[in-house]
Design a protein around this ligand. Structure first.
Ligand SMILES: C[S@@+](CC[C@H](N)C(=O)[O-])C[C@H]1O[C@@H](n2cnc3c(N)ncnc32)[C@H](O)[C@@H]1O
Length: 271
């Protein structure tokens, strides 16, 4: 697992406060919740999880852990599922509740929720489990607790792809004057699978996603090309067609299942 750092002006403690404030600022900058549910069917995560979601009964209860602007929560709510969006950003959740009172949004921490054991048939979480320096296990174990036996977990985390491994080998030390703090973990596919297995899950699938996003980031960080330029976008489409996914993809996607039988004893063995 590889650590990413971010420039910061705050002291290194108050990690939860830092994450909450950071994302509240990001969502404010984006203009708050807009309900862009039309964007969901084009997302890589959607294609990866669709076959499993299609098998769920219509009354299935689903958790969107770290729902951000709530687009995914709203998408599944409109499809008739009983879905809850949970996020650490108090302000964003308040705005979501005001704008979309018909959908359940909860202010909270995925590491310690107030949901009873075995509450959900499915739980998805995109780009959230990686934000705490102590690692992913608190998120994984809480997911295991609140899923029903046989329940499905869908997760993405930043991929420690071959580009990062290559750059890491030749990395220069951070300038001494920089004030940096932990931002996120990056995991290889095998590391993500291991984290889920340690938490008691049966891992069904792990693969790279967001290949073009990974190319865009490479072009921006290594060659200084602006994200929004037409040249960068055209180059990213072209390069993504032949660069291997494991070299460049931005995220790792996993599907895992809480075992139907003996789930609690397995968890004890691993703890
Ligand atoms: C990368 S954004 C992803 C947002 C959303 N899942 C999406 O795909 O659009 C991470 C989100 O997770 C939230 N978050 C981070 N740590 C969390 C935690 N421990 N509990 C709940 N939400 C958390 C942040 O506030 C932020 O909204």
């Amino acid at each position: 697992m590889r650590k990413d750092y971010i420039a910061a002006t705050e002291p290194a403690d108050h990690e939860t406060k830092f994450v909450e404030k950071y994302w509240t600022t990001v969502w404010e900058r984006e203009g708050g919740p807009q309900g862009h549910i039309d964007r969901i069917p084009n997302k890589d995560e959607y294609h990866a999880m669709a076959p499993y979601m299609g098998a769920l009964p219509q009354n299935a209860r689903i958790l969107d852990g770290g729902c951000g602007l709530g687009d995914w929560t709203l998408f599944f709510a409109r499809r008739g599922f009983s879905v809850v969006g949970l996020d650490l950003s108090h302000q964003t959740v308040k705005q979501l509740r005001t704008r979309f009172p018909e959908v359940e949004f909860v202010d909270g921490d995925i590491r310690q929720t107030n949901f009873p054991n075995s509450s959900f048939d499915a739980y998805f979480s995109w780009g959230v489990f990686e934000h705490f320096e102590s690692g992913l296990q608190e998120c994984v174990r809480e997911a295991f607790r609140i899923l029903k036996p046989g329940g499905q977990l869908f997760v993405t985390v930043p991929l420690d792809n071959l580009r990062h491994a290559f750059l890491g080998t030749f990395a220069r030390p951070y300038p001494i004057e920089s004030v940096l703090r932990f931002y996120q973990w990056r995991l290889t596919l095998a590391e993500l699978a291991r984290e889920l297995a340690i938490g008691g899950f049966e891992v069904q699938k792990v693969h790279p996603i967001h290949k073009r996003q990974g190319v865009l980031r490479g072009l921006h960080h290594e060659f200084g090309l602006p994200y929004e330029s037409l040249l960068t976008k055209a180059l990213s489409v072209m390069l993504a067609s032949f660069i291997p996914a494991s070299f460049i993809s931005h995220m790792a996607f996993a599907v895992a299942r809480k075992p139907s039988h003996g789930a609690d004893s397995k968890l004890k063995c691993n703890s």
